[in-house]
Design a protein around this ligand. Structure first.
Ligand SMILES: NC(=O)c1ccc[n+]([C@@H]2O[C@H](COP(=O)([O-])OP(=O)(O)OC[C@H]3O[C@@H](n4cnc5c(N)ncnc54)[C@H](O)[C@@H]3O)[C@@H](O)[C@H]2O)c1
Ligand SMILES: [Zn+2]
Length: 354
């Protein structure tokens, strides 16, 4: 990947250096209403260069990752004289990095941008890998393009204001990366108390986790093959997320991924020979950290419908899963029948005592 990844807890000086290297230019900072209050003042205080930048603030939350917010960013860039040689810096969670990157990548056919992720999920996942976009017509990430940031400045220093739910949500994606890597990585992540990780250690864990994603994306930047490995836990996870939302009990994305990961491990045991010890260990860890979902066998048809509508599937009887034979040994695009998914959901409920 060409994007520069910088792991540091000295974010402002790093940004000053990147701005200087970019040459004489106008700088635009994109934040949502929360990061504008919780993060921006800290950066402005520590930076020698950001005080001249134009701040563009958008409403927070995934429901605002829409065309209206994109248009708002484009308008502000236009009204404030942004040119092709300007620099955009996205400061926020995945909503801001996805949307700000898209707005920058399309303004005047492309303005360069830097991502400064401020949630764990954005640090470990959304801010790297080049997927940009926004929700449209009721569909998630319906519009977008692949465009890598010039640089991503990854730190842990803004996590101190993150609600613990947001931390746990990002940590589920780290565990996913763990299962794509090795048994040691999984064990280390599951033996760590998410809420008690010292900043230095978290930065090291983040660096290892981001490397997993980057190595996969480098082999398949536009997702025609191995990049689907990153979908581990997401086929069932997206179904759980949509199901909870439809029941008016929304759960954070990473919580759904954690539960989806368990379903993927069960199917991995059934279809790819994964040792059953991983199911018990992961089930106990998920139940401790992410609780349980309210689910009965009457809900299976709805869940199956959500899984078959996943954009990566073309038919209701052919639902593709990413599975693992052992941690680090990945099988992409394994077709699973509805009967096997039903069996896996039964085992899932047994393991979690749902
Ligand atoms: N591009 C990709 O590859 C990719 C991958 C995964 C997820 N995503 C996208 O990322 C988004 C989810 O990202 P997210 O979980 O970071 O959500 P988010 O950006 O909506 O942030 C969650 C909440 O935390 C707030 N917040 C951000 N930083 C904070 C801080 N330091 N302290 C306190 N509050 C803070 C935000 O304002 C928001 O209210 C979704 O839109 C998803 O589609 C993209
Ligand atoms: Zn995810």
């Amino acid at each position: 990947m060409s994007q520069q990844l910088i792991f540091t807890n000295e974010v402002a000086p790093q940004l000053d250096g990147l701005i200087a290297a970019h040459g004489e230019c106008r700088v635009f900072l994109i934040a949502d209403v929360n990061t504008a209050t919780l993060v921006l003042p800290r950066l402005l205080h520590d930076s020698a260069r950001l005080s001249d930048a134009t701040v563009i603030t958008i409403p927070a939350g995934d429901t605002n990752k829409n065309l209206e917010s994109v248009a708002r960013v484009w308008k502000q860039l236009s009204d404030n004289g942004a040119t092709r040689s300007s620099l955009v810096i996205n400061i926020g969670g995945g909503m801001v990095t996805d949307l700000g990157a898209f707005a920058a990548a399309t303004f005047k056919r492309g303005v360069r941008f830097i991502n400064v992720p401020t949630t764990l999920l954005a640090a470990v996942d959304a801010s790297v890998g080049g997927k940009t976009g926004f929700n449209f017509n009721g569909l998630k990430n319906e519009i977008g393009l692949f465009r890598e940031a010039d640089a991503v400045v990854i730190s842990t220093c803004f996590f101190d204001t993150l609600p613990v739910e947001e931390l746990k949500s990002g940590y589920a994606e780290m565990l996913k990366h763990g299962f794509l890597t090795s048994a040691n990585e999984c064990n280390e992540l599951m033996n760590t108390d998410i809420t008690q990780i010292a900043a230095d250690r978290m930065l090291t864990l983040l660096e290892r986790s981001v490397k997993v994603k980057c190595d996969i994306v480098a082999q398949d930047p536009t997702e025609h093959g191995i990049r689907r490995a990153l979908n581990l836990g997401h086929t069932a996870g997206h179904a759980f997320e949509s199901f909870a939302l439809a029941q008016n009990r929304p759960i954070p994305h990473g919580y759904a991924v954690a539960h989806g990961l368990l379903v993927a491990l069960i199917l991995s045991h059934m279809k790819a020979g994964l040792d059953s010890g991983w199911l018990y260990k992961t089930a106990a860890w998920i139940s401790d950290n992410y609780g349980t979902l309210t689910l009965t066998c009457d809900d299976y048809p709805t869940l199956l419908r959500y899984m078959s509508h996943d954009k990566k599937n073309d038919s209701p009887d052919r639902i593709a899963f990413t599975l693992i034979a052992t941690p680090g040994d990945v099988r992409c695009g394994v077709i699973i029948t509805p009967a096997d998914i039903t069996a896996a959901l039964d085992i899932y409920r047994d393991l979690l005592h749902v």
